[in-house]
Design a protein around this ligand. Structure first.
Ligand code: ASP
Ligand code: MG
Length: 478
């Protein structure tokens, strides 16, 4: 794909950025501007806001014999997509044609949900086909609106170009096969001067069965296409001014972070910041493609640029001014502690513990071990805690019987607060300042993990201390 190297811009519009005719009008302006600056532009679109949730619920409730949610959803989809067509498309034949495609998709949605209700079962595979409707409807309307405004464009169903494995509802892309499909399905459009408007979130297996990339997966779609097309940049259009120093609901003075390294943003995404889908970051990092997060509703703001390395100047500016670059939190976890004097120096205990935890499917966002080797502690989501304890008690039954392990227990519900401190490696006293700030605010820290990536410190605190902790640490961002 060398002929297009770095000349392509991939832009993804999130649900709120396409959720109303007014938002789509902003999108139109954004695309017009991008066309002036880039040789090729590819648009990736989410479903209209809240549509994916409603589609899921329709299918799940139908499998239990309840069609009420489906009926409401059907009406909501019809109303919103028809309204957008009415408001955005002037040309009569294009309007009719678009309404007829929307109606076809709605009919298909209806048949699928009826089938699910008859079968009484919504398999992951069936769910993927149902939820794909949201993005398919969105690109139909979007592409028509762009066309009506004189932009040469075409709607593209990503099931034709993004090939995935068959892990329904959380599929992973197969890059080589995707590359081959993009060569046939997307490049000729770009070469002919079209702006493809591609469904986010979706793919298909090699056999052509629809899959989805996991909730929030449209960012991922944009990243995948960015990598395959060797794009110059990938832009994520959303409804906030980029990545913030903290959740503005918890710290009112939160600000946009102008530049972040891939590393820093990965820590943020992993530790709960909702701006970017965590999986998005990896492929673009590997390809060295800069990523921007921008606000559809406030285009005068520069947003956040995410890139491989910060420049010398950026490092200097931020290291002089700040201790912490951003603070984020994961709520709803419990700490599981395995303790016992007999764990001292026994090889393989940790390995057995985590192999056992892995069988439950629980994610483990944080691990710490006392240097005495007499206790090991890690976090799991609240809903997994009972199951994890159960599995551990079985796996470690021998050690427990011999009293090498005294107990396995779960804490109350707690939160993990992560501070991204990019200069920790070069600067003395970062951790000291973090803990002084917490002490000043009388926050009791239950556990600590210092990321081996050396860009973050994670602290576990009681749920009721969340806000105070965020405030205390956010004070160190300036
Ligand atoms: N529409 C999908 C979802 O809500 C994908 C996305 O918006 O990124 O999860
Ligand atoms: Mg999203």
């Amino acid at each position: 794909m060398a002929q297009n190297k770095r000349e392509t811009l991939v832009m993804k519009f999130g649900g709120t950025s396409v959720g109303t005719p007014e938002a789509i009008r902003f999108g139109l302006e954004i695309v017009r501007q991008a066309q002036k600056d880039w040789k090729h532009v590819v648009v990736v679109s989410s479903a209209f806001s809240q549509v994916t949730d409603a589609l899921y619920q329709s299918a799940v409730q139908a499998s239990r014999g309840n069609l009420t949610v489906f009926e409401q959803t059907y009406q909501m989809l019809k109303k919103r997509h028809f309204l957008a067509v009415e408001e955005l498309i002037n040309e009569d034949s294009l309007k009719l044609q678009t309404l007829s495609t929307v109606t076809e998709l709605l009919t298909l949605f209806s048949s699928l949900v009826q089938a699910i209700s008859v079968l009484g079962e919504a398999s992951p595979r069936a769910l993927d086909t149902v939820v794909s409707m949201g993005e398919r409807l969105a690109v139909t309307v979007l592409a028509a609106a762009f066309s009506d405004a004189g932009i040469k464009t075409q709607a593209v169903d990503a099931s034709q170009i993004i090939v995935t494995d068959n892990q329904f509802q959380n599929a992973a892309p197969l890059f080589d096969l995707t590359q081959a499909k993009v060569q046939i399905g997307l490049l000729p459009l770009l070469e002919a001067g079209f702006i493809p408007v591609v469904t986010g979130f979706l793919g298909a297996t090699e056999e052509g069965i629809r899959t989805t990339l996991g909730r929030g997966g449209s960012d991922y779609s944009a990243a995948i296409l960015g990598v395959v097309l060797e794009a110059g940049e990938v832009w994520i259009w959303t409804d906030v001014n980029g990545v913030m120093t903290a959740d503005p609901r918890l710290a009112r003075d939160a600000e946009t972070i102008p530049v972040l390294s891939y590393r820093e943003v990965s820590e943020l995404a992993y530790f709960g910041a909702k701006v970017l889908h965590p999986k998005t970051i990896r492929p673009v990092v590997e390809a060295g493609i800069p990523l921007r997060v921008l606000n559809t509703f406030d285009r005068t703001k520069p947003g956040t640029l995410i890139q491989e390395q910060l420049s010398e100047k950026e490092i200097e500016i931020s290291s002089n001014s700040t201790i912490i670059k951003a603070v984020t939190a994961i709520k709803g976890v419990q700490l599981i502690t395995v303790e016992g004097r007999g764990m001292l120096g026994v090889p393989g205990v940790a390995a057995r513990i985590f192999s056992a935890v892995a069988t439950t499917g629980a994610t483990v966002p944080l691990i710490t071990e006392a240097s005495s080797e007499q206790s090991l502690c890690f976090a799991v989501p609240v809903e997994m805690a009972a199951c994890v304890i159960d599995v551990l008690e079985k796996t470690l039954a021998d050690e427990i019987y011999r009293r090498n392990i005294d107990r396995v227990w779960a804490s109350e519900e707690v939160v993990i607060v992560t501070a991204v401190c990019p200069h920790m490696r070069h600067k003395l006293g970062v951790a000291g300042k973090v803990f002084s700030a917490l002490a000043d605010h009388e926050v009791n820290v239950l556990a600590i993990a210092h990321g081996s990536s050396e860009v973050s410190i994670s602290l576990v605190v009681a749920t009721q201390d969340l806000e105070t902790t965020i405030k205390a640490l956010h004070g160190l961002t300036r």
